[in-house]
Write a protein that binds this ligand. Sequence first.
Ligand code: NAD
Length: 250
Amino acid sequence: MLLKHKTALITGAASARGLGKATAKLFADHGARIAILDLNDEAARAAAADLPGEGHIGLPCDVTSKPQCDAAAKTAIDAFGHIDILVNNAGITQPLKLMQIEPQNYEAVTDVNLRGTLYMAQALIPHMRDRKTGTIVNISSVSAQRGGGIFGGPHYSAAKAGVLGLTKAMARELAPEGIRANAVCPGFIATDITEGKLTDEMMEQILAGIPMARAGAASDVAGCCLFLASDLSTYVTGSEVDVNGGSLIH
Ligand code: NAD
């Protein structure tokens, strides 16, 4: 049990096959109480009820809205008494080429992935500062490191690269206050984020670029989040951890 008596808030964790839900489940298996945040209230509550153990909660929160992030953080702190761990997992992607990116595509993708990560962190940092402890795990992507080439377009790569910069800056600023911040860079993981837009040809190309010759599983990413969220990683901050089957070795 690596997270006994710990509490975690995980954004975008209602998606049944998603990275957030797998992380929530693994954290709960390790004794944590979880607040699942997602766009849909009912789905968030159902996902929380589906976790092992007692006392988890599901809350509605659009991470692109600062008031909603603040309200959800307050509700979770009131419910649990404290929050130890934040996983900024909510994200969307779009398979567009450079010249296909319209203003609304840019806004949608950078808002959820990057602005949402900032807002949710801002909602919890004062609480973590007061307690002089906390760990933040931000989900970036291999797309940030290699300029896409998996599924998401350049705006997704840019947003996820922004998450890396934000994570490192957070780590630098918050380290003296006992708060750690790290990023996870998943490669291609079989979830529903591709919304049925992944063709067989795309899949073949992706697999050809993975030395381990398989898509990742959501549990592969959850394990890495558990390491970064737990006391196994007490001297790790500002890092970007690759979970990509070797698709980027650098
Ligand atoms: P998913 O689509 O299964 O889950 C994403 C969740 O985020 C959904 O539950 C969705 O409702 C929620 N969400 C979307 N917009 C939101 C908003 N504004 N506010 C709150 N919640 C919102 O996707 P996934 O594959 O589990 O992705 C999780 C994270 O991992 C994302 O940040 C994604 O970019 C990243 N990632 C995924 C992969 C992959 O291959 N699946 C690879 C690298 C990075």
